[in-house]
Design a protein around this ligand. Structure first.
Ligand code: C2O
Length: 337
């Protein structure tokens, strides 16, 4: 059976930082997702370059507005971050589960579609507050040399995009090592070259099981061995690279707090983009076709504060959701390990 979170039945989150309340504000009725009418798709651009000053300022002003909203408002930045906590720190049961099995979106094939839908609604909300009908969130293009450091405009202390809990050792322009192990800072090897080879290795996998992760069946809980290649590394490593300053790895290195860092959304936009790219690589089969995966679903707030249920099958094609990624070079493609 497909997995659906029982969102009317929310538990406290047990996190490395203690017990946290990541439950949503009261939800009335849940409506079903209807794909948007698309005239011209929004274009998500790389954060490190190719974003102009106006686009940076719009992003800053949008995040600032969400940060100023009341905590109980589902659009508030705090609440948006709690959505990640809720789905990642197991606050919901799987709907219909008599054994109280919890719903989780990491370490299984819900990883890509959950984060896609999460960013999609976050972007709609931001666009609503920014008021530019063409606004799109940026992606942190860490798979290419110009993107292999923290985008500078996220690191200005007066900006709404700043997070003081990031590891200061990794401020711009420290080169990121995509397979970072939490310790290594000084490298005796060519980090860029190593990153590119690693990217190719992670992307050139044939089966949906290898890339997307294993399809979870109702009644099962995620297991690290069910993870897809990209989720395991570099996704996890980049979280850790930013979040090694505090004992519990806030913000980016811990599920409950990760989305409190505005850079989270740019990091995940790149993950999302890599899913699209994977589907175009020669010889790869496409997504899982298991109906249990396709009919699994999540609930998010839209810009009108409706709670919306969206299925994995609604998330497979970003053009149907109304956005595309700006095409940039893929220097890792075909680099041998
Ligand atoms: Cu839900 Cu990058 O994590």
């Amino acid at each position: 059976a497909p997995l659906t979170p029982d969102i009317f039945n929310c538990h406290m989150a047990k996190t490395p930082g203690g017990i946290k309340d990541c439950c949503p504000p009261q939800i009335g009725k849940i409506i079903h997702f209807v794909p948007p009418k698309i005239q011209q798709p929004y274009v998500r651009r790389p954060a490190a370059h190719l974003m102009n000053q106006t686009q940076i300022e719009e992003l800053e002003s949008g995040i600032k507005k969400l940060k100023q909203l009341d905590e109980g408002d589902p659009h508030s930045f705090l609440h948006q971050a709690k959505i990640h906590c809720a789905y990642c720190d197991y606050v919901y049961n799987q709907l219909g589960s008599i054994t109280e099995t919890r719903f989780g979106v990491h370490s299984n094939a819900l990883f890509f579609p959950f984060h896609r839908a999460y960013l999609y609604f976050f972007e709609r909300i931001l666009r609503h507050y920014i008021g530019n009908p063409n606004f799109a969130i940026p992606f942190w293009n860490w798979d290419s040399p110009p993107g292999m450091y923290m985008p500078e405009f996220y690191n200005r202390p007066s900006s709404s995009l700043y997070d003081h809990l990031r590891d200061p050792r990794h401020d711009p322009h420290k080169l990121i090592y995509l397979n970072y192990n939490g310790k290594t800072e000084d490298h005796s090897f060519d980090v860029v070259d190593c990153n590119l080879r690693w990217m190719n290795d992670r992307m050139q996998v044939q089966s949906p099981r290898s890339f997307l992760g294993r399809v979870l069946k109702a009644g099962e809980t995620p297991n690290p061995t069910d993870m897809g290649t990209i989720e395991q590394s570099p996704h996890n490593n980049i979280h850790d690279w930013l979040g090694t300053k505090t004992p519990h790895f806030e913000d980016m290195g811990s599920f409950y707090s990760a989305a409190l860092d505005p850079l989270f959304y740019a990091h995940h936009a790149n993950i999302d983009r890599l899913w699209n790219i994977w589907k175009t690589l020669d010889g790869n089969p496409k997504d899982h076709i298991d109906p249990d995966w396709l009919n699994s679903s999540f609930v998010f707030y839209d810009e009108n504060k409706n709670a919306v249920n969206i299925k994995v099958s609604d998330c497979l094609d970003t053009e149907k959701l109304g956005y595309v990624y700006q095409e940039v070079p893929l220097p890792w493609l075909h680099m041998n390990k």
